[in-house]
Design a protein around this ligand. Structure first.
Ligand SMILES: Cc1ncc(COP(=O)(O)O)c(C=O)c1O
Length: 422
């Protein structure tokens, strides 16, 4: 083993450690990092300033246009007296009256007894999943904790779910991945590898593919294994569906009528346009989750975001036409693209994934669109499977019909396929 030159500076050594694992230049070249600016005097909507030019953006996750809604901004501004940050972790000194109000609004919207709120969706998953399947509270586990556990996760789960699985694995939980949305494969895996306690993990709405999980069949599989004596519950992360799908905006679980059969997790950073993650449930469950590490050892939501979210929830509940519009717009794009012979993933959601396949060709199309004033970065491995690169287009309440047609026309132009006559 060659000696390390300890006379070099700390920063050089750090760089050497990182570069021994990864090609930093390649990473920077391969990953798009847009630097957006808000147009002078205008809030971000469907158009942004990118590299000094006004561009139409089709990648946003402020699905219902609430990030810039004056009512939401006013609510945030009304919290001046609270200061800019929460005063601590939610279970020490960080719980303000605003947080209790938000919990009430959110559980009212979601039709649950209670909700536990985290500062981000990532933290919600990293905290709740281990808490459900492998209690991290060693101090309270005397006489408990000897049961064996396994997780069965969709192989296209969001990174935050995968990281939660890694944490559980470090505590001895076995992790199995089933083929995307394939409930028969899930069934086979639980039949072979089911343990005393089993957790099935899936996104409700898949953020890249734009499809939805077959939750009815997945919860049926879980019930079937419960009947065989294996405790099996389902955890659904519906970051992209809550606020958009279902008769009352409660997401895929509501749409597929399985709300009382699974654990529902959601985020506040997409349809609600603010910040935060949450899990709903009965009070005993949310009380339990409030002791998980990422809730207990992290600052509570800032007051401005908390008040803004209370207002966002009120708007989402009272203005269902916002969600209806973005779903209709996504159907419009999918129909046109499919009629023109493109492979488009997903249905029923506001996420339209156009499969290009080759990464270089996707990059070329994305860059040609940028030249045309359209911001739509290519999506490639590891966000999608190798060889399935493409463009992920999301419709938002801010997009106009002209925006959609502008995108289609320019997309057809740069991919050199003529648009079929309407
Ligand atoms: C499916 C899913 N879960 C969780 C998260 C994390 O949410 P947050 O951005 O609030 O950390 C995201 C964010 O992209 C997501 O797409």
């Amino acid at each position: 083993m060659a000696a390390i030159n300890v006379t070099q500076g700390h920063k050089d050594l750090l760089r050497e450690i990182i570069e021994s694992q990864i090609d930093l230049k390649g990473l920077a070249q391969n990953h798009f990092r847009p630097q957006l600016k808000v147009a002078d005097g205008q809030a971000v909507g469907s158009h942004v300033i990118f590299k000094g030019r006004d561009c139409l953006q089709l990648t946003g996750q402020d699905y219902l246009g609430l990030t810039t809604d004056p009512r939401v901004i006013d609510a945030a501004e009304s919290t001046r007296a609270y200061g800019i940050g929460a005063l601590g972790s939610a279970i020490i000194t960080g719980t303000l009256d605003l947080h209790l109000h938000l919990q009430k609004s959110l559980s009212g919207f979601m039709g649950s007894e209670d909700a536990v709120i985290f500062t981000t969706g990532m933290l919600a998953n990293l905290g709740c999943i281990p808490a459900v399947i492998k209690s991290p509270y060693r101090a309270f586990m005397r006489g408990y904790g000897n049961s064996k556990s396994a997780i069965f996760a969709d192989d296209r789960s969001h990174e935050s779910l995968r990281m939660a699985c890694d944490l559980c694995k470090a505590h001895g939980v076995e992790i199995h991945k089933y083929h995307h949305c394939d409930y028969n494969h899930l069934d086979e895996l639980i039949t072979s590898f089911g343990r005393d306690n089993n957790l099935v993990i899936t996104d409700g709405t898949f953020s890249m593919d734009g499809d939805i999980a077959p939750l009815k069949e997945i919860t049926d599989v879980a019930e079937h294994h419960c009947q065989r004596g294996l405790r099996t519950v389902v955890y659904e992360d519906d970051a992209h569906g809550i606020g958009v799908l279902g008769a009352n905006g409660r997401g895929v679980a509501e749409l597929l009528d399985v709300e009382d059969k699974l654990i529902v997790m959601g985020v506040l950073s997409k349809a609600f346009g603010t910040l935060g993650g949450f899990v709903i449930g009965d009070k005993w469950f949310t009380d339990y989750l409030s002791y998980c590490s990422t809730h207990m050892f992290s600052l509570a939501l800032p007051p401005a975001e908390t008040a803004a979210t209370i207002e966002s929830i009120r708007i989402v509940a009272g203005e269902p036409y916002r969600a209806q519009k973005i779903l209709k717009d996504a159907d419009y794009l999918r129909l046109s693209l499919r009629q023109n012979g493109y492979e488009v993933l997903g249905d029923k959601t506001q996420i339209v994934f156009i499969v290009i396949g080759d990464e270089n060709e996707s990059a070329r199309i994305s860059s040609a669109l940028e030249d045309e004033g359209i911001l739509c970065p290519e999506i490639k491995f590891p966000a999608v499977s190798p060889g399935r690169a493409g463009l992920r287009v999301t419709t938002t309440y801010s997009h106009t019909q002209d925006d959609l047609d502008d995108f289609l026309n320019k997309f057809y132009k740069v991919t050199r396929r003529p648009k079929a006559a309407a």
